[in-house]
Design a protein around this ligand. Sequence first.
Ligand code: GTP
Ligand code: ZN
Length: 293
Amino acid sequence: MIKNGRIVKSLAGFYDVESEGTVYQTRARGNFRKKGMKPLVGDFVQFSTEENSEGYVLDIKERKNQLVRPAIANIDQAVIVMSTVSPNFSLNLLDRFLVFLENKKMTPLIYISKLDLIDNLDEMNQFKLNYEKIGYSIYFNSDELLNALNHKVTVFMGQTGVGKTTLLNKIAPEMNLETGETSEKLGRGRHTTRHVEFFNVAQGLIADTPGFSSLDYEVDNAPDLNNAFPEIALISHDCKFRECTHTHEPECAVKRALEKKEILQSRYDNYLQLLSEINNTRETYAKRRKKQV
Ligand SMILES: Nc1nc2c(ncn2[C@@H]2O[C@H](COP(=O)(O)OP(=O)(O)OP(=O)(O)O)[C@@H](O)[C@H]2O)c(=O)[nH]1
Ligand SMILES: [Zn+2]
């Protein structure tokens, strides 16, 4: 019988496909293999199932997005975990995570951990207001965050030590994750490769997230960078030049908005920093290519 479903687990060449509430064990066998495509957890697939024998994944539907580590596809949203201290809160790092997610069409949710370690909340409250104005959701407690996971596929990301595991243990104890502390106590190596699996939490799906300690935001051109800053993208429609980079061009609406404090200075500064990183990388590549000729 041919069915449609979604891969919810992958282990040693087997794929668990969920279809209308039932999970079927399958292997890969389809045209996509010739194209070098490998089924990923999160893929919507067509598969065959037979009684008394395993089924086969026959076709993979087009992906909305995908991650390499963990290897998953079609992710709706990502929780960026940022701590107030140890490691220190960084708007620069946060904006890099946001650019990465915007570019991948994953909705960012921002969770602030270790609020108990700071005496004064003024700065964090101001940050919350500022970023909510851009359109982002900021969470100071895990119960509110839990509600936002309903009916969505969510991954968790953040610098090492910010408290991802601690947070996941609070909202999804069934995932049985080890925090930095416990895995050190037990003398086990960190970052052991696990199989990839979705967990049902709050009527949504959560993917385990082994990686993400360093971040390549994966944007390599100015227009994509512009679009990865939603408030800049919106205002850029009023710039005189269609491909305005908001640096040296006359009649730039973004610079006007900056003067009127309608755009945060830190956001603009981080935009400029990423833009110059992108330009530097492009120049380096161009030089290398010239040398090769
Ligand atoms: N005071 C306080 N400590 C926290 C909080 N969240 C996490 N921690 C501590 O911070 C340390 C790191 O937490 P983890 O949950 O292991 O961090 P992680 O992001 O999973 O780190 P990696 O596994 O390295 O990616 C642990 O000692 C936690 O107990 C918090 O909200 N408040
Ligand atoms: Zn402009």
